[in-house]
Design a protein around this ligand. Structure first.
Ligand code: CA
Length: 369
Protein backbone atom coordinates (compact mmCIF):
# COMPACT_ATOMS: atom_id res chain seq x y z
CA UNK A 1 0.00 0.00 0.00
CA UNK A 2 2.67 2.42 1.06
CA UNK A 3 4.59 2.11 -2.17
CA UNK A 4 1.41 2.59 -4.21
CA UNK A 5 0.60 5.76 -2.29
CA UNK A 6 4.12 7.00 -2.79
CA UNK A 7 3.92 6.30 -6.53
CA UNK A 8 0.62 8.21 -6.67
CA UNK A 9 2.21 11.07 -4.83
CA UNK A 10 5.15 11.26 -7.20
CA UNK A 11 2.84 10.99 -10.18
CA UNK A 12 0.67 13.85 -8.90
CA UNK A 13 3.70 15.95 -8.07
CA UNK A 14 4.89 15.46 -11.63
CA UNK A 15 1.54 16.48 -13.04
CA UNK A 16 1.36 19.54 -10.83
CA UNK A 17 4.85 20.57 -11.96
CA UNK A 18 3.78 20.17 -15.57
CA UNK A 19 0.71 22.32 -14.97
CA UNK A 20 2.86 25.01 -13.41
CA UNK A 21 5.12 25.03 -16.45
CA UNK A 22 2.16 25.22 -18.82
CA UNK A 23 0.80 28.14 -16.87
CA UNK A 24 4.15 29.86 -17.07
CA UNK A 25 4.61 29.93 -13.31
CA UNK A 26 7.88 29.86 -11.52
CA UNK A 27 8.92 26.32 -10.65
CA UNK A 28 8.99 25.24 -6.99
CA UNK A 29 12.79 25.14 -7.17
CA UNK A 30 12.82 28.85 -8.07
CA UNK A 31 10.43 29.97 -5.31
CA UNK A 32 11.45 27.56 -2.58
CA UNK A 33 7.72 26.69 -2.18
CA UNK A 34 6.71 23.11 -1.33
CA UNK A 35 7.00 20.87 -4.38
CA UNK A 36 3.26 20.21 -4.49
CA UNK A 37 0.12 20.90 -2.53
CA UNK A 38 -1.54 17.53 -2.11
CA UNK A 39 -5.26 17.68 -2.40
CA UNK A 40 -6.87 16.31 0.73
CA UNK A 41 -9.16 13.44 -0.09
CA UNK A 42 -12.57 13.06 1.48
CA UNK A 43 -14.26 9.70 1.88
CA UNK A 44 -17.90 10.10 2.80
CA UNK A 45 -20.84 7.85 3.45
CA UNK A 46 -24.32 8.48 2.02
CA UNK A 47 -27.20 6.54 3.53
CA UNK A 48 -30.56 6.45 1.78
CA UNK A 49 -34.17 5.81 2.68
CA UNK A 50 -34.57 3.59 -0.42
CA UNK A 51 -33.94 -0.10 -0.92
CA UNK A 52 -30.51 -0.69 -2.49
CA UNK A 53 -30.41 0.40 -6.17
CA UNK A 54 -34.11 1.36 -6.04
CA UNK A 55 -35.20 2.55 -9.52
CA UNK A 56 -34.71 6.30 -10.08
CA UNK A 57 -34.52 7.15 -6.36
CA UNK A 58 -31.66 4.85 -5.35
CA UNK A 59 -30.12 5.41 -8.76
CA UNK A 60 -30.20 9.19 -8.14
CA UNK A 61 -28.21 8.72 -4.94
CA UNK A 62 -25.64 6.63 -6.82
CA UNK A 63 -25.45 9.23 -9.59
CA UNK A 64 -24.77 12.01 -7.08
CA UNK A 65 -21.84 10.01 -5.69
CA UNK A 66 -20.51 9.20 -9.16
CA UNK A 67 -20.85 12.76 -10.44
CA UNK A 68 -19.23 14.22 -7.31
CA UNK A 69 -16.29 11.85 -7.65
CA UNK A 70 -15.88 12.61 -11.35
CA UNK A 71 -16.21 16.38 -10.96
CA UNK A 72 -13.72 16.40 -8.08
CA UNK A 73 -11.36 14.06 -9.96
CA UNK A 74 -11.49 11.63 -7.06
CA UNK A 75 -11.07 14.18 -4.29
CA UNK A 76 -14.55 13.49 -2.92
CA UNK A 77 -15.49 9.84 -2.82
CA UNK A 78 -18.96 8.97 -1.54
CA UNK A 79 -19.98 5.43 -0.66
CA UNK A 80 -23.75 4.96 -1.06
CA UNK A 81 -25.65 2.60 1.22
CA UNK A 82 -29.20 1.44 0.47
CA UNK A 83 -31.70 1.46 3.32
CA UNK A 84 -30.77 -1.26 5.80
CA UNK A 85 -27.24 -1.72 4.50
CA UNK A 86 -25.55 0.53 7.06
CA UNK A 87 -28.50 1.67 9.17
CA UNK A 88 -32.29 1.11 8.96
CA UNK A 89 -33.84 3.19 6.14
CA UNK A 90 -35.65 5.69 8.33
CA UNK A 91 -32.74 6.49 10.63
CA UNK A 92 -30.88 8.63 8.10
CA UNK A 93 -31.86 11.94 9.67
CA UNK A 94 -30.42 10.97 13.06
CA UNK A 95 -27.38 9.31 11.54
CA UNK A 96 -26.39 12.38 9.52
CA UNK A 97 -27.27 14.71 12.38
CA UNK A 98 -24.87 12.73 14.59
CA UNK A 99 -22.23 12.47 11.86
CA UNK A 100 -22.39 8.66 11.59
CA UNK A 101 -22.84 9.29 7.87
CA UNK A 102 -22.13 12.59 6.14
CA UNK A 103 -25.18 12.47 3.84
CA UNK A 104 -28.65 10.99 3.48
CA UNK A 105 -30.72 10.82 0.30
CA UNK A 106 -34.45 10.61 0.98
CA UNK A 107 -37.55 12.76 1.32
CA UNK A 108 -38.27 15.29 4.05
CA UNK A 109 -41.68 13.91 5.09
CA UNK A 110 -39.96 10.85 6.54
CA UNK A 111 -38.75 13.16 9.31
CA UNK A 112 -42.16 14.47 10.43
CA UNK A 113 -41.51 12.81 13.79
CA UNK A 114 -38.45 15.09 14.21
CA UNK A 115 -40.13 18.29 12.98
CA UNK A 116 -43.64 18.45 11.56
CA UNK A 117 -42.73 21.25 9.16
CA UNK A 118 -40.48 18.89 7.19
CA UNK A 119 -43.61 17.76 5.34
CA UNK A 120 -43.86 21.06 3.46
CA UNK A 121 -40.46 20.32 1.91
CA UNK A 122 -41.60 16.97 0.49
CA UNK A 123 -45.26 17.18 -0.51
CA UNK A 124 -48.57 18.05 1.06
CA UNK A 125 -52.00 17.02 -0.28
CA UNK A 126 -53.28 19.49 -2.89
CA UNK A 127 -50.00 21.41 -2.60
CA UNK A 128 -47.64 22.37 -5.41
CA UNK A 129 -46.38 20.30 -8.33
CA UNK A 130 -42.71 19.63 -9.14
CA UNK A 131 -42.19 22.79 -11.16
CA UNK A 132 -43.84 24.91 -8.48
CA UNK A 133 -41.95 23.24 -5.61
CA UNK A 134 -38.67 23.90 -7.40
CA UNK A 135 -39.74 27.51 -7.94
CA UNK A 136 -40.68 27.98 -4.29
CA UNK A 137 -37.52 26.33 -2.95
CA UNK A 138 -35.09 27.92 -5.39
CA UNK A 139 -36.64 31.30 -6.10
CA UNK A 140 -39.44 31.84 -3.60
CA UNK A 141 -37.74 31.71 -0.19
CA UNK A 142 -38.34 28.01 0.48
CA UNK A 143 -34.70 26.99 0.77
CA UNK A 144 -33.90 29.56 3.48
CA UNK A 145 -36.80 28.24 5.58
CA UNK A 146 -35.73 24.66 4.96
CA UNK A 147 -32.20 25.52 6.11
CA UNK A 148 -33.60 27.26 9.18
CA UNK A 149 -35.69 24.19 9.99
CA UNK A 150 -32.72 21.80 9.71
CA UNK A 151 -30.06 24.01 11.35
CA UNK A 152 -30.82 22.88 14.95
CA UNK A 153 -30.19 19.32 13.78
CA UNK A 154 -26.75 20.19 12.36
CA UNK A 155 -28.07 19.46 8.87
CA UNK A 156 -28.02 21.22 5.51
CA UNK A 157 -30.87 20.36 3.10
CA UNK A 158 -30.31 20.40 -0.66
CA UNK A 159 -33.10 19.67 -3.19
CA UNK A 160 -32.11 16.63 -5.26
CA UNK A 161 -35.09 15.42 -7.26
CA UNK A 162 -38.84 15.23 -7.62
CA UNK A 163 -41.28 12.41 -8.34
CA UNK A 164 -43.66 14.62 -10.31
CA UNK A 165 -47.40 14.13 -9.78
CA UNK A 166 -47.99 10.65 -8.37
CA UNK A 167 -50.96 8.38 -9.05
CA UNK A 168 -54.02 8.23 -6.80
CA UNK A 169 -53.49 4.54 -6.19
CA UNK A 170 -54.80 1.03 -6.72
CA UNK A 171 -58.31 0.23 -5.56
CA UNK A 172 -60.43 -2.89 -5.35
CA UNK A 173 -63.49 -0.73 -4.83
CA UNK A 174 -64.92 1.89 -7.16
CA UNK A 175 -64.89 5.40 -5.75
CA UNK A 176 -67.97 7.10 -7.15
CA UNK A 177 -68.76 9.23 -4.10
CA UNK A 178 -67.16 10.24 -0.81
CA UNK A 179 -69.31 7.57 0.89
CA UNK A 180 -67.28 4.94 -0.97
CA UNK A 181 -64.28 6.01 1.12
CA UNK A 182 -66.12 5.07 4.35
CA UNK A 183 -64.49 2.02 5.85
CA UNK A 184 -61.87 1.90 3.08
CA UNK A 185 -58.63 0.40 4.34
CA UNK A 186 -55.92 2.13 2.37
CA UNK A 187 -52.16 2.03 2.66
CA UNK A 188 -51.35 5.73 2.50
CA UNK A 189 -48.80 7.39 4.78
CA UNK A 190 -48.46 10.91 6.16
CA UNK A 191 -50.86 13.80 5.68
CA UNK A 192 -52.67 11.97 2.85
CA UNK A 193 -53.48 9.24 5.35
CA UNK A 194 -54.96 11.82 7.73
CA UNK A 195 -57.16 13.10 4.90
CA UNK A 196 -58.42 9.57 4.15
CA UNK A 197 -59.22 9.12 7.85
CA UNK A 198 -61.25 12.35 7.85
CA UNK A 199 -63.17 10.98 4.88
CA UNK A 200 -64.13 7.93 6.93
CA UNK A 201 -61.47 5.51 5.74
CA UNK A 202 -58.57 3.98 7.65
CA UNK A 203 -55.02 4.82 6.75
CA UNK A 204 -52.92 1.71 7.12
CA UNK A 205 -49.14 1.75 7.30
CA UNK A 206 -47.34 -1.14 5.77
CA UNK A 207 -43.77 -1.59 4.66
CA UNK A 208 -43.14 -1.64 0.93
CA UNK A 209 -42.46 -5.37 0.84
CA UNK A 210 -45.83 -6.24 2.43
CA UNK A 211 -48.15 -4.05 0.36
CA UNK A 212 -48.73 -6.44 -2.54
CA UNK A 213 -49.64 -9.38 -0.31
CA UNK A 214 -51.89 -7.21 1.85
CA UNK A 215 -53.71 -5.97 -1.24
CA UNK A 216 -54.00 -9.43 -2.74
CA UNK A 217 -55.37 -10.93 0.48
CA UNK A 218 -57.79 -8.08 1.13
CA UNK A 219 -56.02 -6.91 4.30
CA UNK A 220 -56.19 -3.54 2.56
CA UNK A 221 -58.69 -2.37 -0.09
CA UNK A 222 -56.37 0.13 -1.71
CA UNK A 223 -52.82 1.42 -1.79
CA UNK A 224 -50.98 4.37 -3.16
CA UNK A 225 -47.35 3.96 -4.15
CA UNK A 226 -45.70 6.23 -6.69
CA UNK A 227 -46.61 6.21 -10.38
CA UNK A 228 -46.92 3.85 -13.36
CA UNK A 229 -43.22 2.88 -13.48
CA UNK A 230 -42.70 1.87 -9.84
CA UNK A 231 -46.25 0.58 -9.48
CA UNK A 232 -45.75 -1.78 -12.43
CA UNK A 233 -42.54 -3.09 -10.88
CA UNK A 234 -44.51 -3.78 -7.69
CA UNK A 235 -47.05 -5.82 -9.69
CA UNK A 236 -50.07 -4.03 -8.22
CA UNK A 237 -52.01 -4.53 -11.45
CA UNK A 238 -52.22 -8.23 -10.51
CA UNK A 239 -53.89 -7.47 -7.17
CA UNK A 240 -56.21 -4.51 -7.80
CA UNK A 241 -59.00 -3.71 -10.25
CA UNK A 242 -58.78 0.04 -10.67
CA UNK A 243 -55.93 2.50 -11.03
CA UNK A 244 -57.09 5.95 -9.91
CA UNK A 245 -55.74 9.40 -10.72
CA UNK A 246 -54.66 12.04 -9.90
CA UNK A 247 -52.29 11.67 -6.92
CA UNK A 248 -53.91 14.48 -4.96
CA UNK A 249 -51.94 13.48 -1.86
CA UNK A 250 -48.49 13.82 -3.54
CA UNK A 251 -48.61 16.32 -6.39
CA UNK A 252 -44.83 16.70 -6.58
CA UNK A 253 -42.71 15.08 -3.90
CA UNK A 254 -39.31 16.67 -3.45
CA UNK A 255 -36.32 14.37 -3.01
CA UNK A 256 -33.69 15.73 -0.66
CA UNK A 257 -30.01 15.36 0.02
CA UNK A 258 -29.16 16.18 3.61
CA UNK A 259 -25.58 16.87 4.61
CA UNK A 260 -23.98 17.00 8.04
CA UNK A 261 -23.26 20.68 8.54
CA UNK A 262 -19.90 20.28 10.29
CA UNK A 263 -18.71 17.85 7.61
CA UNK A 264 -19.89 20.20 4.87
CA UNK A 265 -17.95 23.06 6.45
CA UNK A 266 -14.73 21.04 6.40
CA UNK A 267 -14.98 20.75 2.61
CA UNK A 268 -13.07 23.26 0.50
CA UNK A 269 -15.34 25.61 -1.45
CA UNK A 270 -14.89 23.74 -4.74
CA UNK A 271 -16.13 20.48 -3.17
CA UNK A 272 -19.08 22.21 -1.53
CA UNK A 273 -20.01 23.51 -4.97
CA UNK A 274 -19.55 20.04 -6.44
CA UNK A 275 -21.96 18.56 -3.87
CA UNK A 276 -24.58 21.19 -4.75
CA UNK A 277 -23.98 20.82 -8.47
CA UNK A 278 -24.32 17.03 -8.33
CA UNK A 279 -27.59 17.41 -6.38
CA UNK A 280 -28.90 19.97 -8.88
CA UNK A 281 -28.06 17.63 -11.73
CA UNK A 282 -29.86 14.80 -9.91
CA UNK A 283 -32.85 17.11 -9.39
CA UNK A 284 -33.23 17.52 -13.14
CA UNK A 285 -32.37 13.88 -13.90
CA UNK A 286 -34.84 12.30 -11.46
CA UNK A 287 -37.85 14.29 -12.65
CA UNK A 288 -36.94 13.61 -16.28
CA UNK A 289 -36.66 9.89 -15.56
CA UNK A 290 -39.98 9.85 -13.70
CA UNK A 291 -41.72 11.60 -16.58
CA UNK A 292 -40.24 9.40 -19.29
CA UNK A 293 -40.66 6.10 -17.46
CA UNK A 294 -44.16 6.85 -16.15
CA UNK A 295 -45.27 7.65 -19.64
CA UNK A 296 -43.82 4.42 -21.04
CA UNK A 297 -45.17 2.23 -18.25
CA UNK A 298 -48.62 3.79 -18.35
CA UNK A 299 -48.83 2.44 -21.90
CA UNK A 300 -47.67 -0.99 -20.68
CA UNK A 301 -50.28 -1.04 -17.92
CA UNK A 302 -53.21 -0.07 -20.11
CA UNK A 303 -52.22 -1.92 -23.29
CA UNK A 304 -50.51 -5.08 -22.02
CA UNK A 305 -52.05 -5.56 -18.60
CA UNK A 306 -55.51 -4.14 -19.44
CA UNK A 307 -55.56 -1.95 -16.37
CA UNK A 308 -58.71 0.15 -15.91
CA UNK A 309 -57.79 3.79 -15.35
CA UNK A 310 -60.27 5.90 -13.41
CA UNK A 311 -60.37 9.52 -12.40
CA UNK A 312 -61.62 10.41 -8.93
CA UNK A 313 -64.95 12.22 -9.38
CA UNK A 314 -64.75 16.00 -8.95
CA UNK A 315 -66.99 15.83 -5.89
CA UNK A 316 -64.58 13.39 -4.22
CA UNK A 317 -61.55 15.54 -5.06
CA UNK A 318 -63.28 18.68 -3.81
CA UNK A 319 -64.16 17.02 -0.52
CA UNK A 320 -60.67 15.60 -0.09
CA UNK A 321 -59.26 19.07 -0.73
CA UNK A 322 -61.49 20.50 1.99
CA UNK A 323 -60.29 17.80 4.44
CA UNK A 324 -56.69 18.42 3.39
CA UNK A 325 -57.18 22.07 4.36
CA UNK A 326 -58.39 20.97 7.80
CA UNK A 327 -55.43 18.61 8.22
CA UNK A 328 -52.97 21.39 7.37
CA UNK A 329 -54.83 23.85 9.66
CA UNK A 330 -54.46 21.41 12.55
CA UNK A 331 -50.77 21.01 11.76
CA UNK A 332 -50.00 24.73 11.67
CA UNK A 333 -52.09 25.46 14.77
CA UNK A 334 -50.07 22.93 16.76
CA UNK A 335 -46.58 23.86 15.55
CA UNK A 336 -45.09 27.37 15.21
CA UNK A 337 -42.42 26.43 12.66
CA UNK A 338 -45.02 24.67 10.50
CA UNK A 339 -47.06 27.88 10.60
CA UNK A 340 -44.07 29.96 9.52
CA UNK A 341 -43.23 27.60 6.65
CA UNK A 342 -46.85 27.21 5.61
CA UNK A 343 -47.33 30.98 5.33
CA UNK A 344 -44.53 31.16 2.77
CA UNK A 345 -45.64 27.94 1.02
CA UNK A 346 -49.29 28.96 0.80
CA UNK A 347 -48.64 32.55 -0.29
CA UNK A 348 -46.41 31.25 -3.06
CA UNK A 349 -48.88 28.51 -4.06
CA UNK A 350 -51.74 30.98 -4.38
CA UNK A 351 -49.76 33.37 -6.55
CA UNK A 352 -48.48 30.42 -8.55
CA UNK A 353 -52.01 29.18 -9.16
CA UNK A 354 -52.91 32.50 -10.72
CA UNK A 355 -50.02 32.12 -13.15
CA UNK A 356 -50.61 28.38 -13.73
CA UNK A 357 -54.26 29.03 -14.58
CA UNK A 358 -53.30 31.05 -17.63
CA UNK A 359 -50.14 29.11 -18.54
CA UNK A 360 -49.70 25.38 -17.87
CA UNK A 361 -53.31 24.59 -16.99
CA UNK A 362 -54.97 26.25 -19.95
CA UNK A 363 -52.27 24.96 -22.26
CA UNK A 364 -52.87 21.30 -21.27
CA UNK A 365 -56.65 21.70 -21.33
CA UNK A 366 -56.51 22.76 -24.94
CA UNK A 367 -54.13 20.09 -26.15
CA UNK A 368 -55.66 17.49 -28.39
CA UNK A 369 -54.91 13.90 -27.44
CA1 CA B 1 -46.50 7.91 -2.74
Amino acid sequence: MESVKRRDFIKKAGLAGGAALLAGCASPQETGAPAVQTRKKYEWKMVTTWPPHFPILGESAEHIAKWAEEMSEGQLKIQVYGGGELIPPLEGFDAVSAGTAEMCHGAAYYWAGKAQATQFFASVPFGMNAQQMNAWITSGGGLALWEELYAPFNLIPIPAGNSGVQMGGWFNREINAVSDLHGLKMRIPGLGGKVISKAGGSAILSAGAEIFTNLERGVIDATEWIGPYHDTLMGFYKAAKYYYYPGWHEPGTVIELIVNKAAYQTLPKNLQDIVRTAAARANAWALSEFEAKNNAYLQTLTQEHNVTLKKFPDEVLNTLEKYAGEVVDELVTADAMSKKVYESFEAFRKKMNGWAAISEKIYYENLSA
